[in-house]
Design a protein around this ligand. Structure first.
Ligand SMILES: *[C@@H]1O[C@H](CO)[C@@H](O)[C@H](O)[C@H]1NC(C)=O
Ligand SMILES: *[C@@H]1O[C@H](CO)[C@@H](O)[C@H](O)[C@H]1NC(C)=O
Ligand SMILES: *[C@@H]1O[C@H](CO)[C@@H](O)[C@H](O)[C@H]1NC(C)=O
Ligand SMILES: *[C@@H]1O[C@H](CO)[C@@H](O)[C@H](O)[C@H]1NC(C)=O
Ligand SMILES: *[C@@H]1O[C@H](CO)[C@@H](O)[C@H](O)[C@H]1NC(C)=O
Ligand SMILES: *[C@@H]1O[C@H](CO)[C@@H](O)[C@H](O)[C@H]1NC(C)=O
Ligand SMILES: *[C@@H]1O[C@H](CO)[C@@H](O)[C@H](O)[C@H]1NC(C)=O
Length: 537
């Protein structure tokens, strides 16, 4: 029986007839068992490695630990695209980024996609979305989209403020990210005032901005978000002595695409160890604040008695490098950026379980359908997590397609000057770029080299080749890369035309203005040259 636990109080054995009746009653209850409610808390920028050893040594995350104690933690969960909008598009549509053409923060899901929440609503669930959603097209700054469109231009400009830290408030200051707290309050009130009285199950989504870094207005009006901000209250949750200072390769030894990322993120200058340690500490403190918001939701479910019939899922759209590999932000296939947290607890779900299968955000969609007992949809990119989560699925006719031993992530947006594809298996991470030939691929053995410091693609060509072959059977990636290049050019041209005479003025004053204004003609010429280049196939 699902959810049955050993170790209850000893009772005398019941007479046989009564036993039979009890069994029949239990079977009837199981058949008509109400479908559980679901609460999905999705943060931003959360490095999944903080949810298990040794990453969890650096900061106290009591509610993530609570979920581990009473539920399941995934040790190898990945984003399907390490940037907000494309990642969320994959999570809500259940489809890989190249299938929905969610190329960058401006190009997410176009209208017409049916989300898992739409389907749950259609099948009788009450639904509620609160906080950061960000999976549809048309949002984010002009700088952000122009940087993505022009990533093939032969220039190198710093676009972001240098990452920095800022301490605010005092030892009792808890609500640093006030807007997230307000959304958390709304979710708590919704649980306590509405959900508690529903006769049908519900699904609640809460999207948090934390632990995404904050804007750095000191770099002018076109600032990016490179300030790691917290209060002493959260900072004291961090164990400074457990913070690992990442090893960096020298600038000249960096992979060329990594160098582009680091440069555009203004991270190629000198950083002291103390500076790096502080950025990491402040980032971890921001994760602790996020954990406390998750805690409010768990507490509200417990206080209302809903916890025993609600499945809680905690995840994030992507990670945060926090100076791993000489970068902050995400947009990278390195662990800090692509590895996400994924924890699930609730009725019937295995407790204190650690799952090491590779999984990714597109798995959320079929899992939601499974939870709500909605027949599986065709053509989804992911696989239900249910078989990995539940104690036992009794009398279940196994109709699911088996989970493959890999996950796919891809990136086509800003701060990376080439479309990037990652195939992650239990042991390996294979990263290839563009057409597969013009940029050297990377191969990491995560079991021997968890910090991804040694690219062994040349040393193990057979492994690299076989992973490349699997990748090509999932996606014709050279073709996808060239269609992104065409899209970028087309979008840029139409944006340029919309500006008319003002083009030179507007482009010079985007987020890269400090560098651009030093040599405006040089950079405009580089763009013209790119616009006149024929597309290389
Ligand atoms: C870290 O996670 C491991 C299991 O992954 C657990 O045994 C340990 O207690 C955790 N430590 C902390 C400080 O949370
Ligand atoms: C890059 O960082 C430097 C400090 O290293 C800072 O002076 C400059 O404003 C930053 N550039 C941009 C574009 O933010
Ligand atoms: C901390 O700051 C708040 C205002 O943000 C103030 O009300 C409180 O008295 C301060 N507490 C201490 C211990 O300084
Ligand atoms: C929920 O139900 C309780 C008890 O039946 C009732 O007191 C309360 O007013 C209801 N709340 C709402 C928002 O309907
Ligand atoms: C990306 O940028 C780096 C740094 O400027 C450069 O070396 C490399 O050739 C570029 N790669 C591509 C594919 O444009
Ligand atoms: C599934 O995808 C294939 C190819 O992408 C398409 O031909 C087919 O119509 C799709 N089926 C459904 C049910 O969407
Ligand atoms: C030109 O662009 C600037 C921003 O760089 C804007 O403030 C101004 O209003 C624009 N002028 C016209 C005529 O569109």
């Amino acid at each position: 029986m699902r959810g049955a636990r050993a170790g209850g109080p000893e009772l005398p054995p019941p007479p046989p007839l009564l036993l039979l009746l009890l069994l029949l009653a239990a079977a009837a209850a199981a058949a008509g068992q109400p479908r559980p409610s679901v609460v999905l808390v999705a943060s931003d920028s959360f490095d999944g490695r903080l949810t298990f050893y040794p990453g969890n040594q650096t900061v106290a995350l009591p509610f993530i630990n609570f979920m581990k104690r009473y539920g399941t933690v995934f040790l190898k969960a990945y984003t399907n695209s390490p940037i907000c909008c494309p990642s969320r598009a994959a999570m809500w549509s259940g489809l890989f980024t190249h299938l929905t053409e969610s190329w960058n923060n401006f190009k997410g899901l176009d209208p017409g996609y049916v989300t898992w929440m739409d389907l749950l609503q259609k099948h009788g669930y009450h639904t509620k979305k609160l906080g950061k959603i960000d999976y549809t097209s048309g949002h984010h700054s002009v700088s952000n989209r122009v940087e993505a469109w022009t990533r093939d231009v032969a220039f190198l400009l710093r676009q972001e403020g240098r990452p920095t830290v800022k301490l605010t408030g005092n030892k009792t200051h808890i609500r640093v990210m006030e807007k997230d707290w307000q959304n958390t309050d709304k979710a708590v009130n919704w649980i306590k005032e509405e959900a508690v009285n529903f006769t049908q199950p519900f699904v609640l989504y809460l999207g948090l901005n934390l632990p995404h870094p904050y804007p750095s207005p000191s770099t002018g009006e076109n600032f990016g978000s490179s300030t790691f901000l917290t209060s002493p209250y959260w900072l004291k949750k961090v164990s400074y002595e457990a913070i690992k200072i990442p090893k960096w390769s020298s600038l000249s030894e960096m992979h060329p695409v990594d160098y582009y990322s680091s440069y555009t993120k203004n991270c190629t200058g000198e950083f002291t160890k103390e500076e790096v340690r502080n950025i990491r500490a402040f980032y971890y403190a921001m994760c602790a604040e996020t954990d406390a918001m998750l805690g409010k939701i768990i507490s509200a479910l417990r206080d209302t008695g809903l916890l025993k019939r609600t499945i809680i899922i905690f995840t994030a759209d992507h990670g945060e490098l926090a100076m791993d590999h000489r970068q902050f932000y995400k947009m990278s296939m390195y662990e800090g950026s692509s590895h996400i947290p994924l924890l699930v607890m609730g009725p019937g779900i295995k407790q204190q379980q650690q799952v090491s299968d590779v999984v990714s955000l597109v798995d959320i969609y079929p899992t939601m359908l499974d939870i709500a007992r909605i027949p599986a949809q065709q053509n989804l990119s992911g696989y239900s997590l249910m078989p990995l989560l539940f104690e036992e699925l009794e009398n279940e006719v196994v109709t699911r397609k088996p989970r493959p031993p890999w996950v796919l992530s891809e990136f086509h947006g800003c701060n990376v000057n080439s479309s990037t594809y990652m195939l992650r298996t239990d042991r390996w991470k294979y990263i290839t770029y563009s057409d597969g030939n013009s940029v050297p691929p990377q191969l990491f053995d995560l079991s021997a080299d968890p910090d991804e410091l040694e690219n062994i693609a040349m040393k193990f060509p057979v492994v690299a080749h076989s992973l490349d072959k699997i990748l090509r059977s999932i996606v014709n990636y050279p073709k996808v890369s060239s269609s992104v290049q065409e899209y970028n050019k087309r979008e840029f041209i139409s944006w340029k035309q919309s500006l008319g005479q003002n083009y030179s003025n507007v482009i010079a004053n985007l987020r890269w203005h400090q560098d651009w204004l030093k040599e405006p003609k040089k950079y405009e010429d580089a763009i013209d040259k790119w616009l006149h280049q024929r597309q290389h196939q």
